[in-house]
Design a protein around this ligand. Structure first.
Ligand code: GDP
Length: 362
């Protein structure tokens, strides 16, 4: 699966967000293959399409796809030098696929701020600086190592070192690599380094209930994010924690009263999904209607491999119908009669919402 690490300064609302995310979650029992650490939560992807499919197919079971969130212990200034839980913190981030950076955008005299004032610019800089310094450390070590290797004339080593030499000053200024403007080729060459500031990142602007509009803190986060091509998700974590506590019926009423179409958490989860370049396809059998996650651009055999590696190895063909056709034509039979039920081969690139059935050799 894919995961997203929640980071941010102390007291910005990370745990509140994490608890809301996991409380709205499904039992770990349903996912026996995932080991769950206390700071890790498996969260179902909200997807109304799944309910629509279930209405048509009437299966015994409906299973959403999921995304993992990891609450990463508070970062303090100096983490890159090993202060606080610094090293542990950085090691935990290195293992995540994407980063959700929570930034405090709410004023509340009862909640102490580590730097004594709500200041998103300074907060973002503090975190970005620690992450950039951790990357800088890795870059400088590698440059040292490669300096010896390039003397042997290794072309790849020379190319890699040339990129590292270029990015070094950017990191030394405390700037994240995502704002350096590396092209795809360069990013591929750096992939094995697992640089923290190159991970897909979104800012979770934690606002008060009434802080979605006319909030200068939120405007600041938006401005900074735009300069780095990062996404911003404004959400009131405290409110979300309250919503997550409610039973389904109460929740629907509460959202209605608040004039909200869905919990803000759903936007957070979907943004994480988008950040990672993920999409959903469905299997729709009478036993189970289920959503599955694949990378955008995945081929049919790769999609089959998400269910089971044998499905990928023995892949013959996929039967495919788009979600829209499946629903409009009332399901499998209708889609077949209308000629919308396609047979696709190995090269087929899966589209978001495809309803798929795989044929394979065992
Ligand atoms: P963490 O240290 O980043 O994990 O922060 P917590 O989630 O523990 O939150 C710190 C404090 O801020 C708690 O008392 C929360 O109730 C409070 N808090 C979190 N989100 C909000 C919010 O949106 N508005 C207000 N007023 N308080 C919040």
């Amino acid at each position: 699966g894919f995961n997203c690490g929640i980071v941010g300064l102390p007291n910005v609302g990370k745990s509140t967000l994490f608890n809301a995310l996991t409380r709205s979650g499904i039992d770990a029992e349903n996912f026996p293959f995932c080991t769950i650490e206390p700071n890790t939560g498996i969260v179902p992807m909200p997807d109304p399409r799944l309910d629509k499919l279930a209405e048509i197919v009437k299966p015994e079971k409906v299973v959403p796809t999921t995304m993992e969130f990891v609450d990463i212990a508070g970062l303090v200034e100096g983490a890159s030098k090993g202060e606080g839980l610094g090293n542990q913190f950085l090691a935990n981030i290195r293992e995540t696929d994407a980063i959700a950076h929570v930034v405090r955008c709410f004023d509340d005299d009862n909640v102490i701020h580590v730097a004594n004032q709500v200041d998103p610019t300074a907060d973002i800089e503090t975190i970005n600086l620690e992450l950039a310094l951790a990357d800088l450390d890795a870059v400088e070590r590698s440059i040292q190592r490669l300096t010896r290797v390039v003397k042997g004339g290794d072309k790849e080593a020379i190319a890699t070192k040339a990129i590292l030499d270029r990015i070094q000053p950017h990191l030394a200024e405390g700037q994240p690599l995502r704002s350096f403007g590396l092209d795809e080729d360069e990013q591929r060459q750096l992939r094995s380094f697992g640089f923290l500031t190159l991970k897909p990142t979104m800012y979770i602007a934690n606002v008060n209930e009434d802080g979605f509009e006319n909030n200068p803190h939120l405007d600041t986060v938006r401005r900074i994010a735009a300069s780095e091509n990062a996404v911003v998700v404004p959400v009131c974590n405290k409110l979300e924690a309250e919503i997550a506590e409610l039973e389904d019926e109460e929740r629907a009423m509460f959202l209605d009263e608040m004039g909200m179409e869905e919990p803000g958490l759903d936007r957070v989860i979907r943004a994480g999904y988008g950040l990672l370049g993920l999409q959903t396809y469905f299997t729709a059998g009478v036993k189970e209607v289920r959503a599955w996650t694949v990378k955008v651009g995945a081929t049919a055999p790769q999609a089959a491999g998400v269910i089971h590696t044998d499905f990928e190895k023995g892949f013959i063909r996929a039967e495919v119908v788009s979600y829209d056709d499946f629903v409009a034509l009332g399901g499998e039979n209708g889609a077949k009669e209308a000629g919308k039920w396609r047979l696709e081969g190995k090269a087929y690139v899966v589209q978001d919402g495809d309803v798929m059935h795989f044929r394979f050799n065992v």
